[in-house]
Design a binder for this molecule. Structure first.
Ligand code: FAD
Length: 313
């Protein structure tokens, strides 16, 4: 069975959920082989094995000293050497750049923002805010596919995750942009939005930059905080927390929307959540159509009561 290369997304060895999703998708196509750049492979490979990685190719430490270009060289070289059936990366900003560069090096094609892939390498895109699905396939060479986080559900499968050191050299061209400093973003106590099992989001209905009503409910549930674009554009909450077509895609077990109408562009980023709860004073709000539970009322009354009730348990 041909190998499917999966570029591992990790932070210091802590493997991100999207990698488990990519490995799950890779298993439909061929034999998943993880590609690890940076420190921490020894610690992270257990999680890769849990999602069926047969192998883990570990790049020389030097690869982590440069920005994107060496990763594209690494993937292209491995794909040629191993006769890979496909290359899967996360559709993050970095992942999409790596995907494009890799496809150029291979003379193949790239598909980005993919939300599903089948065993025949037909990729699915969700367009027009999720109202239409389109299907596409790379017609020449090794397909390079960037998959949106939270669009494939990760399913465990046993893999050996046998470690293999890679001996690819970085070209002088790829060394043109070097990492000079890494500054870790201040990490709060809340889980990361794209990885969280529970998300509590606030919209224009919150009414001001005081998002404490949203944050308090999120904290009572150990949830991440999200926001609609209206809330972000109003400057009430930082941009990296936007959920939707032009923000993050989330697929938590529980999504609670406070004062969010449910525009198609917002739904595109959360409609695959397992259980959706809407709190809205308008019984006609479109989000209620796809909600499992709805509370029609003022969020400033409903959310604090919920928070208080949860805190008692
Ligand atoms: P509104 O639509 O104004 O809804 C506010 C809701 O709050 C209403 O339903 C109201 O009944 C309710 N409400 C008000 N007060 C209360 C109260 N006290 N208690 C309870 N309920 C109350 N949007 C996104 O969210 N994410 C995206 O990624 C995104 N991308 C976009 C991309 C494009 C190209 C475009 C054109 C738009 C995009 N949008 C996106 C914007 C989107 O169309 C909507 O404008 C936005 O989602 C509306 O946000 P909202 O629901 O918070 O605000």
């Amino acid at each position: 069975m041909a190998e499917v290369l999966v570029l591992v997304d990790h932070v210091d060895g802590d493997v991100k959920k999207v990698t488990a999703e990519l490995l799950t998708a890779a298993r439909r196509i061929g034999e998943p082989a993880a590609v690890w750049v940076g420190d921490g492979a020894a610690a992270g490979k257990e999680r890769l094995a849990e999602y069926g990685a047969a192998k883990v190719y570990v790049a020389p430490a030097e690869f982590d000293d440069y920005v994107v270009a060496p990763k594209a060289e690494l993937l292209a070289s491995l794909a040629q050497e191993k006769g890979a059936a496909a290359i899967l990366v996360s559709a993050s900003t970095e992942g999409k750049e790596i995907a494009g560069r890799t496809a150029v090096k291979l003379g193949s094609g790239v598909l980005t923002d993919v939300v599903g892939i089948d065993g025949e390498l037909v990729a699915e895109h969700s367009v027009f805010g999720g109202s239409t699905l389109t299907h596409a396939k790379v017609a020449a060479g090794v397909p390079v596919i960037a998959v949106r986080p939270n669009s494939v559900s990760a399913e465990p499968a046993e893999g050996a995750a046998a470690e293999e050191a890679v001996s690819v050299q970085i070209s002088d061209d790829a060394k043109a942009a070097k990492v000079v400093e890494r500054v870790a973003q201040a990490k709060g106590d809340r889980p990361e939005l794209a990885e969280a099992a529970i998300v509590v989001s606030g919209g224009r209905g919150v009414g001001s930059e005081d998002f404490s009503v949203v944050e308090a409910l999120a904290d009572s549930l150990g949830a991440a905080v999200g926001a609609s674009r209206a809330a972000v554009d109003s400057g009430w909450y930082p941009n990296q927390f936007q959920v939707g077509q032009t923000g993050k895609t989330v697929s938590p077990n529980l999504y609670i929307a406070l004062g969010i109408s449910g525009a198609i562009q917002h739904r595109a980023g959360m409609q695959t959540s397992k259980t959706i709860v809407a709190v809205n004073k308008d019984p006609e709000a479109p989000l209620l159509e796809i909600s499992d539970f709805a509370v029609v009322g003022d969020l400033h009354k409903v959310a604090p009561q919920l928070t208080e009730e949860i805190a008692k348990r």
